[in-house]
Design a protein around this ligand. Structure first.
Ligand code: 4AD
Ligand code: MG
Length: 432
């Protein structure tokens, strides 16, 4: 791509030798002046460089501009590269021309501000080095996930976001007034994925899902990005194998190809050990373990943070907890032969980061599915189309859903899920 009026990204300046001319553009990251010299650092998407503007080395107007260029002002500077061991990256730019593109107002973000304030000015806080690095890593994580599916013969498809068919229970549905009729924002594209598999066999979608989560936790958003896979002729074991291959691929590839970026969050070696097979624990054994550890837990309960933490605290790789009690899971999961469990698995990230994937074999028999839907009191008129999939060439199949922000939170070892997404949506926030 052609560069705007011959200026370069900051990274290019770092490839130049001492004495070379460079013209870079960016935003003032830090600045101070003393004794007729302005010492500033500039940042752009590619890096941070130190620049010095000396009185006399540029015109008087330009020097005045350099002095009044507050943090976040946008500038274009021309100068000579100088090696300097103390400067970040070992180089600085001795400025010969300073062009102030836009003089910023006093930037509202300073040190030690409250998390709530930083969320109010999220559109500005996204410029911070931390969030810039998170968003770069998120880009690569999504990129490698797509690459994995591409290489394994999956088609990416587009499901609807407005639906009448809830997928994960009524309590977290966002209702939409659809021209006087009741509809919902999608909780999951799974049911639509199941429609695609009879045509394309192996499919995935990457789209937002919405959950009216009334709890405030470090793991829940009300709007998140959901990667959902579905494949014909896959049983629950095939499904788990696909998940561990996918998660390992994205960990290995990020650690190998983006090691420098990953090192800003954790030691890349910690993700290099993530390789198949992942440990597997049946729900019943997990329940015993939790009780033995003295946690409050009854067979049939869902896991909360303390349970997930107890099971994964010492792990380096994610853990599958498989075959959950039928009554704790949604209607579409295939029943195990004992009638009490389902053929499913939740994948829990190491060290208490929580559930990153939920998946299962699907109930593909018409009569059994109808029985389950009646038990759950679903409104059949909204699911007739879904039942059709069991009327015309039904096949065994399985699939899963991965929360992108949950994966990013674990892979980058973030404290809170809100930092894994640019503009987090949580119970008390839909701004900015
Ligand atoms: O376990 P869940 O609810 O499963 C489903 O929605 C299935 N229909 C998916 C499928 O089989 N196609 O959600 C799947 C994943 C969870 O494991 C978690 O990673 C993420 O979605 N997730 C959330 N992420 C952020 N905030 C929330 N409120 C989330 N709820 C679920
Ligand atoms: Mg789940």
């Amino acid at each position: 791509l052609k560069e705007y009026q011959g200026v370069s990204p900051i990274s290019k300046a770092f490839s130049l030798k001492e004495g070379a001319d460079a013209t870079v553009r960016g935003w003032v990251y830090r600045t101070r002046s003393s004794g007729g010299v302005v010492f500033a650092t500039l940042r752009d998407a590619t890096g941070v460089i130190q620049v010095t503007v000396k009185k006399g080395a540029v015109s008087d107007t330009q020097f005045k501009d350099a002095e009044r260029a507050l943090i976040e002002s946008s500038v274009v500077v021309e100068g000579k590269i100088k090696d300097d061991k103390r400067a970040p990256g070992g180089k600085e730019l001795a400025v010969t021309a300073f062009k102030l593109i836009h003089a910023a107002e006093v930037f509202p973000i300073t040190r030690d501000q409250s998390p709530e304030f930083l969320l109010d000015v999220r559109h500005l806080w996204l410029r911070s080095q931390h969030l810039t690095n998170v968003m770069k890593a998120r880009h690569w994580i999504v990129h490698y996930l797509r690459e994995f599916f591409d290489e394994n013969g999956f088609y990416e498809l587009a499901p609807p976001m407005i639906t009448k068919a809830g997928c994960e229970g009524g309590s977290t549905l966002f209702e939409v007034d659809y021209f006087g009729e009741k509809a919902f924002l999608t909780q999951s594209g799974q049911l639509y994925n199941e429609a695609f598999i009879t045509a394309l066999e192996r499919v995935f979608i990457l789209a937002p899902s919405f959950r009216a989560e009334k709890s405030r936790t470090t793991k829940h958003l009300t709007e998140y990005w959901h990667l959902e896979e579905e494949a014909a002729w896959f049983d629950n074991d095939d499904n788990m194998r696909l998940q561990e291959e996918m998660v390992s691929f994205v960990c290995q590839t990020l650690a190998r190809k983006q090691g420098g970026l990953l090192a800003k969050f954790r030691k890349p070696e910690e993700l290099l050990v993530v390789e198949p097979p992942f440990p597997r624990l049946s729900y019943d054994d997990a329940a015993k373990k939790l009780k033995k550890a003295g946690l409050k837990f009854e067979w049939g309960d869902d896991f909360g943070s303390p349970h997930e933490d107890a099971l994964t605290r010492d792990l380096d790789k994610p853990l599958f907890v498989y075959n959950w009690p039928r009554r704790s899971k949604p209607f579409y999961m295939a029943e195990a032969s004992d009638g009490k469990h389902v053929l499913n698995a939740d994948l829990l990230a190491p060290r208490g980061h929580g559930e990153i994937i939920g998946g299962s074999e699907r109930e593909w028999d018409y009569a059994r599915l109808v029985k389950r839907m009646k038990e759950d009191k679903l409104d059949f008129k909204n699911y007739e189309w879904y039942l059709d999939l069991r009327r015309y060439g039904s096949v065994p199949h399985s699939g899963f859903g991965l929360g992108i922000e949950r994966l990013v939170k674990w892979m980058l070892n973030l404290e809170h899920i809100r930092d894994a997404v640019p503009f987090p949506r949580v119970i008390n926030r839909a701004y900015p």
